[in-house]
Design a protein around this ligand. Sequence first.
Ligand SMILES: Cc1ncc(COP(=O)(O)O)c(C=O)c1O
Length: 391
Amino acid sequence: MLRFPKDRFGTNSLKWDKYKKEQNIIPLWVADMDCFSPPEVIDALHKRVEHGVFGYTKVPSELVEATIDHVKTHFNWEIKPEWILWFPGIVSGLQVAVRAVESEPLFTFTPIYPPFLSIAKEFGKNYILLPMRQSAVQVGGNELVKWHIDFDEFKRAIPKEGGHLLFCNPHNPVGRAFSSEELKELGRICTEKNVVVTSDEIHNGLILDRTKRHYCIAEHIPELTERTITLMAPSKTYNIPGISCSFAIIPNAELRRKFARVMHGIVPDVNLFGFTAGTAAFKYGEPWRQELLDYLWQNWLLVRETIGAIPQLTLTDLEATYLAWIDARRISDNPTQFFENAGVGLSNGADFGFPGYVRLNFACERELLREGLERIKNSIAPNKLTAKFAP
Ligand SMILES: Cc1ncc(COP(=O)(O)O)c(C=O)c1O
């Protein structure tokens, strides 16, 4: 059974320490989960700590085998050990990718996880943001929206020299697990127009909608295998983002060499706790992950039922991730502030390139989520009293 600590105050948690306890703001923002990690991961870390010697380390062959096995079992992709490069975090992997691939311009589909946007500014690289399109969908009796890539616009934006697409699948924040057809269309365009792809697949273990699946673009579109850098990590799925352990899968030897050269001497190695936790997560975490998916799906249904029924808010339907994307432009110019005033801390859509939107992280204990959703509901119907959450 998924277990939760009594609270996370006093544990140096980025998510919980943003607000003081007395402020009584429920933190539903940064993307980590409030539950304990899989017991097998915790046990493995205990064992490693008990040994008591924390010297330099190297990639354990057990982790490489577990990773190859994981990628084959979950995504039907047979990868080779030499294709894998290890580093602490996916954001540094994105940074390395944009330095390693000379092609410009950079493209990304927005709204998007903020570091995708800041990379462009930091580099001064030619960067083209391609807003996704929305369509209305009826789900569970509510009118929601679903976001799609505008392929025609993408095609038109690519110059004859090609470019470099920073892709996010499953997509944060619009919750899409892109379909086979969509990836094929994307693959056709990138192949025809000479676009290199960096595919951030950190959320690939979090397909909440059991009728969908994750496709690794480099596996699914054979023409892209040699022109794609795939970024993955056990961090989101097994709730170990504070124990940094990530990797890139790069089948193309030349691309891999360039990526390794940029990393060399700058990007630190994964530390031994990262290796320990990652190995245990991939080897033993599956039963826990199955429970997690069920729990998160029920949380999502609660979000859908509550937010989906508030006419002033437009909720995005969700296939993957534990992040709900909400259009709150009818409520306020600064909905993050508005909801903080109501006692709920959400991520600001402006950071994702979409002011007026908010992102709600529902990977918390259900009662806490229920309370957060009540506060949101009551803040919009101001005559009702907001109950107090007592942590
Ligand atoms: C799409 C995406 N990429 C990367 C990250 C962060 O990865 P890391 O903490 O490994 O840098 C996140 C975290 O929320 C994310 O959603």
